[in-house]
Design a protein around this ligand. Structure first.
Ligand code: CA
Length: 238
């Protein structure tokens, strides 16, 4: 699946090289020339992964990673630090600051892509293409199909693209309450221009789409808090 990847790198040649390789791998790269620019961009769009150069003018990459880890909205963005330093003490400092991984310059694009895939698998399983199961229900991001079994026969459910993403996100984070603003950030990817009641509209459509499989009630409303996907079946929505 295409990921929004924010590159924070002040050397234009390196930023461009990274962007070209990421685009080639099917991702959507965005470039920020400084930590300050990156923080401004993140206010509008939450990236799926960040590649952060250690040595930046102004705020350092390390300080940026630390700040992102402290923000409720940004704390789970996967971060890979790009560093020219390979001393052990430095890499430990990077990981302590909250980076998921680091890569030492110069690196091969192939190695970088492998690191990106690895952090996505660990921190954001919704961005990998592996099918997710809950009871009878299977959501397969690779084929964009939602299926269930009835009397031993596989049936397919028809979901719109937003309902698909919503269900997928909630299924890989089950039994947890997701606020409308979190769902907007995670599913729509942009929390600024969409009203929160949009989420309610798509939840309603999702429940309707899940009704033939008997799973509509697994999308629970948690009053005053948001929505939850539960593995328990047959429990009425609160
Ligand atoms: Ca630099």
């Amino acid at each position: 699946m295409a990921s929004n990847i924010l590159i924070v790198e002040d050397e234009p040649a390196i930023a461009e090289l990274l962007a070209v390789n990421l685009r080639h791998a099917g991702h959507c790269p965005i470039v920020a020339g400084s930590a300050e620019d990156a923080l401004r961009l993140i206010r509008d769009i939450l990236p799926d992964v960040m590649l952060i150069d250690w040595m930046l003018p102004g705020m350092s990459g390390l300080a940026l990673a630390r700040e992102l880890r402290q923000g409720a909205r940004t704390k789970s963005i996967p971060i890979i630090l790009l560093t020219a330093r390979s001393e052990e003490a430095d890499t430990i400092a990077g990981l302590d600051a909250g980076a998921d991984d680091y890569i030492t310059k110069p690196f091969s694009p192939k190695e970088l892509m492998a690191r990106i895939r690895a952090v996505l698998r660990r921190r954001a399983p919704q961005l990998t293409d592996e099918p997710v199961r809950a009871g009878n229900l299977v959501v397969d991001p690779a084929t964009r199909r939602v299926t269930y079994h009835a009397n031993g026969i596989e049936q397919e459910l028809k979901l719109g693209p937003t309902e698909f993403k919503l269900l997928h996100y909630m299924m890989i984070h089950p039994e947890r309450v997701h606020s409308r603003s979190i769902l907007l950030d995670k599913v729509w990817g942009d929390h600024v221009f969409i009203e929160e009641r949009t989420v309610d509209v798509h939840i309603k459509r999702l429940r309707e789409a899940l009704t033939p499989a008997g799973c509509a009630e697994q999308i629970e409303t948690v009053r005053g808090a948001g929505y939850r996907f539960t593995h328990r079946q047959g429990i009425p929505a609160a």
